[in-house]
Design a protein around this ligand. Structure first.
Ligand SMILES: Cc1ncc(COP(=O)(O)O)c(C=O)c1O
Length: 297
């Protein structure tokens, strides 16, 4: 069997129906397939409970509005469908993917008049980064951010991100750190944070970056952990002279980037601020799974 063909054992939902992922089908005329005309979300699910659902649904609304596609569901309907899918999956922890496209229509760039949006969702097991990646950190390479200027919209048209991620893979690295006009934007599929002299620096949410849900979680945890943070433009020079650099995303949580372009970041080990935030993140997850119980009880 071709190793690149997924086993498709997950659970899926398409336009009103739940089914095994292997049975899910869409038309070749779907505008998602033809034009990449759609938006998506990736929601982590812990113990069958979607994490930060409100934040993801809010971002979905913004993305849909940004591409002028009417939201096919109310927040309540989304919550029900997503909850149902998360319950149907046998995996406790899941990466729940959802996408909405502009539907099936004769191929023409202009919006079709009567097309019905296609709603597709699937869940797959959520596997957190392995212990070695957490304890040793990962390497990254930098690259010019050559994507469009609406990276705040989570669109399925990800070819630029795909090409940028492959640059990292070709260099044996885990992620690419993107720079635009001398400043840090984000990674190909993650937000990037920098620590200098104990202060956590985060590029502001703006059109060239995706407003990560994990980004918000990290800043909230920093505040709770009394870690000083500043939301401001971070220069390339600051990235290159940082004590710590991190990547964050719903599926990779938080990882230290300990090598950038072949050079060690700080002392080349995950730093103290990373360790502090990482511990707070794990405590938060523990509290979600076991409401009312302390992490180290
Ligand atoms: C380009 C980009 N930036 C940032 C993120 C992080 O967003 P979140 O924390 O919501 O997963 C992602 C997630 O996939 C992404 O694709």
């Amino acid at each position: 069997m071709d190793a690149n063909v997924p086993t498709e054992q997950g659970v899926a939902y398409i336009n009103g129906e739940f089914m095994p992922l292997a049975q899910a089908r869409v038309s070749v005329l779907d505008r998602g397939f033809i034009f990449g005309d759609g938006v998506y979300e990736v929601i982590p699910v812990y113990s069958h409970q979607p994490f930060r659902l409100e934040g993801h649904l809010q971002r979905l609304e913004r993305s849909l509005e940004g591409i002028r596609l009417v939201n096919p569901h109310t927040r309540g309907e989304w919550a029900e469908l997503i909850g149902e899918l998360a319950r149907r999956s046998p995996d406790e922890d899941q990466s729940l993917y959802l996408q909405v496209t502009r539907g099936v229509a004769k191929r023409d760039h202009a919006f079709p008049k009567d097309a019905k949006p296609t709603v597709f969702m699937m869940t797959n097991p959520l596997v957190p980064p392995d212990a070695r990646m957490v304890s040793e950190g990962v390497s990254a390479v930098s690259a010019p951010d050559n994507r469009w200027l609406r990276c705040d919209l989570k669109t399925i048209a990800l070819l630029p991100n795909v090409l940028l991620r492959q640059l990292a893979v070709d260099a044996g690295a885990a992620e690419v750190v993107l720079l635009r006009d001398g400043s840090l934007t984000e990674g190909s599929a993650s937000n990037i944070f920098v620590v200098k002299d104990g202060v956590l620096l985060a590029p502001p949410k703006s059109n060239p970056i995706l407003a990560g849900i994990t980004y918000d979680v990290i800043l909230e945890l920093a505040q709770a952990g009394k870690i000083a943070s500043e939301i401001r433009t971070v220069s390339e020079a600051e990235v290159r002279s940082a004590d710590e650099v991190w990547l964050t995303s719903s599926t990779r949580e938080i990882l230290a980037i300990t090598k950038l372009d072949g050079k060690p970041v700080g002392d080349g080990r995950p730093g103290p601020v990373f360790k502090h935030i990482y511990a707070l993140f794990q405590e938060m997850k523990h509290a979600l799974r076991h409401p009312g119980k302390a992490a180290h009880a």
